[in-house]
Write a protein that binds this ligand. Structure first.
Ligand SMILES: Nc1nc2c(ncn2[C@@H]2O[C@H](COP(=O)(O)OP(=O)(O)OP(=O)(O)O)[C@@H](O)[C@H]2O)c(=O)[nH]1
Ligand SMILES: [Zn+2]
Length: 343
């Protein structure tokens, strides 16, 4: 079967972005990122692209790129959505996780894995990235009253789409697939063991474990880190995002405020614009707590999430500026050396 660009998720907005780059350039969608070369799909099938102009870290699986006749990536087209996080361990870099994901399936199980703070974090990520979030509650078959989990999750957002499934049941998998129809792109996120692989396999008919690269993470555990874009059985795409358990949010302030919109609204009414909502006079948040209008635990989760996000974003920004200064200095030294040679 040959694929058209449309089957790959091409749309009017990408066509517009492409028009800004005249010349003999062809669009491709990246399916795998490697250090020196990228696997991609285009209207003429699978290809291998090189990236003399970009480092591997600047590209994400799911990206639309324009390549020249020598198969070199010349441009990355503006992304419709972008999932990113701060690297694991002491790494202060931004990691691009996946681009142009339409639906982000947030997976948790109807058991101890279910954790409101974690769901809020994933929802903030989805909002910030520009993906449509769908909550998938797995292992409903092993739980007495899955409705209880549904009810608790729905409190987060009355409009949130929630699917309660048994990931091992093909009918359930079909229900999940219905939320990401051809030619859209989906990704699964959630803790280990919640059923992401089971669902991915059901939707793609393949074995997600094949071809994965195992690396040591910060704690010396083995994690699967290879990301790839694969076709679903009924059209549409899945981007595998193994190793997405430790999620350190960066630049997600808006996403967080979206999940906690009531608190963000309240905050705007505080007397001081930098109110910490602790004991400041004229704090609208504390006033709501005092009036019994606001759940103290929810306030704690909001403050904690924002604090962590701020710290990660600052660390990344600092290391960016350090690197910029360093590369400027190196350039200066090289220039100086050339200058001296020339004389
Ligand atoms: N009964 C039941 N078992 C499930 C369900 N979802 C997943 N499982 C089982 O739970 C185990 C873990 O599922 P996986 O699909 O490997 O979980 P994962 O999220 O991919 O885990 P990682 O690969 O570690 O991130 C497997 O044995 C699955 O068969 C479900 O809805 N019901
Ligand atoms: Zn306040």
């Amino acid at each position: 079967m040959t694929l058209t660009l449309m089957d790959l998720g091409w749309s009017a907005s990408f066509e517009q972005a492409r028009a800004e780059h005249p010349g003999a350039l062809t669009p491709y969608r990246l399916t795998e990122i490697h250090r020196a070369q990228m696997n991609a799909l285009g209207a003429d099938g699978p290809v291998v692209l090189t990236t003399p102009k970009f480092s591997a870290g600047e590209l994400a699986v799911g990206d639309w790129v324009l390549a020249d006749p020598e198969m070199r990536i010349q441009h990355i087209l503006e992304r419709r959505s972008l999932l990113q996080r701060r690297g694991a361990g002491t790494d202060a870099h931004v990691q691009l996780i996946a681009a142009n994901v339409d639906t982000l399936f947030i997976v948790t199980s109807c058991n101890d894995d279910f954790n409101i703070a974690r769901l809020e974090r994933f929802l903030a990520l989805a909002h910030e990235a520009g993906c449509y979030p769908v909550l998938v509650l797995t292992k409903a078959d092993m739980c007495e009253d899955p409705r209880e989990y549904e009810r608790e999750a729905q409190v987060l957002d009355p409009m949130l789409t929630i699917l309660t499934v048994n990931a091992r049941d093909p009918e359930s998998a079909a229900e999940v697939a219905a939320w990401c129809k051809s030619p859209q792109t989906a990704a699964f996120i959630g803790s280990s063991g919640v059923g992401k692989t089971t669902l991915t396999n059901a939707l793609t008919g393949g074995d997600a474990a094949t071809g994965a690269i195992r690396e040591d993470d910060a704690r010396g555990r083995h994690v699967t880190t290879a990301r790839s874009m694969r076709p679903m059985l009924k059209g549409g795409w899945i981007i595998d995002m193994p190793g997405m358990r430790a999620l350190r949010l960066i630049d997600t302030r808006e996403g967080i405020d979206n999940v906690f919109d009531d608190l963000a609204e309240l905050e705007a009414k505080c007397r001081f614009s930098d109110c910490a909502h602790e004991s400041e006079p004229g704090c609208a948040v504390q006033a709501a707590i005092a009036a019994g209008d606001l759940d103290l635990e929810r306030l704690d989760r909001w403050l904690k999430l924002r604090k962590g996000e701020k710290k990660n974003s600052e660390t990344v920004a600092q290391s960016r500026s350090r690197e910029k200064k360093f590369s400027k200095m190196v350039k200066g030294v090289v220039k100086g050396a050339k200058h001296r040679k020339g004389r």
